[in-house]
Design a protein around this ligand. Structure first.
Ligand SMILES: [Zn+2]
Ligand SMILES: [Zn+2]
Length: 160
């Protein structure tokens, strides 16, 4: 959704609510992203206050189980039509008086995501040797010698 901001910059005490959904191309988001909030001008300060709800579909980084996780983040920014001298990350510079709300929400969502997803905090992962899901119990398989070490010792013995 795009929001035309001119009237917010030109009028005091104006507020517009929004409540909508948009779909994201990224496969990580299986469901539409739901955004609810408002833009307002209060005593000359234009601000955006919203909440984004979305569903993450990913695989556990340790056991590869499919995860479906509902998340919610606040999206809150001050909007300015021009920047003063200094750079300030607190402000979003809106060019052409048009706010690309979907883009801004996605930026905030990506910043909030963890580097990897786990099915649960203490996921034990898979046994690297037999592939058993260790969350279901120990596998009891014999851990073989590291194949790189085995190859190295073979090389060394061939030299002799
Ligand atoms: Zn897991
Ligand atoms: Zn095993």
């Amino acid at each position: 959704m795009q929001i035309e901001l001119r009237r917010f910059f030109e009028n005091d005490d104006i507020k517009q609510d929004f409540d909508y959904e948009f779909t994201c191309d990224d496969k990580l988001f299986s469901e539409p992203v739901h955004v609810k909030g408002f833009v307002k001008n209060s005593t000359g300060i234009v601000s955006l206050t919203a909440e984004a709800d979305f569903t993450i579909s990913a695989q556990c980084a340790k056991c590869a189980k499919n995860i479906c996780k509902n998340m919610s983040i606040p999206v809150s920014h001050l909007l300015v039509s021009k920047l003063n001298d200094e750079d300030n990350d607190d402000f979003i510079l809106v060019e052409n008086m048009l706010l690309d709300l979907d883009g801004l929400v996605m930026e905030d969502i990506y910043l909030s995501l963890p580097l990897r997803f786990l099915c649960k905090e203490d996921c034990k992962g898979l046994c690297p040797y037999c592939g058993k899901d260790l969350n279901d119990g120990e596998c009891g398989c014999k851990k073989p010698v590291d194949p790189r070490l085995a190859a190295l010792s073979q090389l060394l013995s061939e030299d002799e």
